[in-house]
Design a binder for this molecule. Structure first.
Ligand SMILES: N[C@@H](CCC(=O)N[C@@H](CS)C(=O)NCC(=O)O)C(=O)O
Length: 242
C-alpha cells in the first residue's frame, strides 16, 4: 500500500499544495491502492517539502519522483500521446510548476489581505499567541526567496501581465479537446489543472484569482479535471499496463 504524505485539504481543494493535488491525481489515475496521511509539518521529509509517498518504509519525496515511481509500477499517464505531444507536455508541466506556482506563492503569502487567512488556515495548529511571531518569520524567509527568484519584484498587475501568455497557451490547447492532450486527462493535466485550481481557490480577490475565476474556459477545465481525477479510476480504465 502506498501512503501519500500531504498537506490537509483546504479552500475546497483536496490539499493546500498544488503539488499534493497533483500527486493525489496521479495516484488516482494510476489505479494503484493508496491512502493519505495529512501533516502540516514537512520538516521530517527528505526535501523538507510535500508531497512524498511512503512505500515499504521508504520515503519518496517530490511529485516528479512520485510520478516516476508510479510509472515504474506500470502506470502510463501519457498513454496514446505521440513523442511530439509528450515533449509539449513536458514544457507545460514545467510552465505550471516552475512559473505559475510562484504566482500562487505571491498571491497567498505576499498579499497583505490574503495572508491572514492563509496563516490561520495553514498554521491553525500553532497556538494563536505564538502564531503571529512564528509565521511572520516564515513569511519573511519565503518573500526573500521570491525576491531572489524574481517575481517578488513585480507588482500584482505586472505579474498578471506575465501570466497571461501562459493562460493563453493553456486555453489554445483546450480549443482542441476537453483536456490538454485530448479526451482523457494526462500527466500535464495533473500539473496544470492542479495549479489553476489552486489559483482559483486562493481566498480573497487578487487580480490573478479573479482573472481565472472569471474565465469560463479555464473554470470549466478546472472543474472537468477535478471531477475526472479526484476519484480513483475504475480498474477497467486504469492506466496500468496489462
Ligand atoms: N518540486 C516539488 C515541489 C513541492 C513544494 O514546493 N511543496 C511546498 C508546498 S507547495 C512545500 O512543501 N513547502 C514547504 C516548505 O518549503 O517549507 C514537487 O514537485 O513535489
Amino acid at each position: 500500500m502506498i501512503t501519500l504524505i500531504t498537506f490537509a485539504p483546504s479552500f475546497g481543494q483536496p490539499a493546500a499544495s498544488p503539488f499534493c493535488i497533483k500527486a493525489i491525481w496521479l495516484l488516482n489515475m494510476s489505479g494503484l491502492a493508496w491512502t493519505r496521511e495529512d501533516t502540516a509539518d514537512p520538516r521530517s521529509m527528505p526535501k523538507q517539502k510535500l508531497p512524498a509517498i511512503r512505500v515499504n518504509d521508504q520515503i519518496i519525496p517530490d511529485s516528479e519522483n512520485i510520478r516516476s515511481y508510479l510509472e515504474s509500477q506500470g502506470a502510463d499517464f501519457d498513454a496514446g500521446l505521440s513523442d511530439m505531444e509528450k515533449s509539449t507536455s513536458r514544457a507545460f508541466i514545467r510552465m505550471a510548476e516552475e512559473h505559475m506556482y510562484f504566482h500562487v506563492v505571491m498571491d497567498r503569502w505576499g498579499d497583505d489581505d490574503v495572508w491572514p487567512i492563509i496563516r490561520d488556515t495553514y498554521f491553525a495548529a500553532i497556538p494563536k499567541l505564538l502564531r503571529g511571531m512564528i509565521t511572520n518569520k516564515l513569511r519573511q524567509t519565503l518573500m526573500r526567496g521570491m525576491h531572489a527568484q524574481g517575481l517578488g519584484r513585480f507588482t500584482p498587475q505586472e505579474r498578471l501581465d506575465r501570466l497571461e501568455a501562459d493562460l493563453q497557451a493553456i486555453t489554445t490547447r483546450l480549443w482542441h479537446g476537453p483536456f490538454l492532450f485530448g479526451d482523457r486527462p494526462t500527466a500535464a493535466d495533473a500539473s496544470v489543472a492542479a495549479m489553476l485550481a489552486n489559483m482559483r481557490a486562493t481566498p480573497g480577490k487578487t487580480l490573478m484569482k479573479m482573472r481565472i475565476a472569471e474565465d469560463e474556459i479555464l473554470c470549466r477545465y478546472i472543474d472537468r479535471a477535478s471531477d475526472a481525477m479526484n476519484q480513483p479510476v475504475s480498474a477497467a480504465s486504469a492506466t496500468l499496463c496489462a
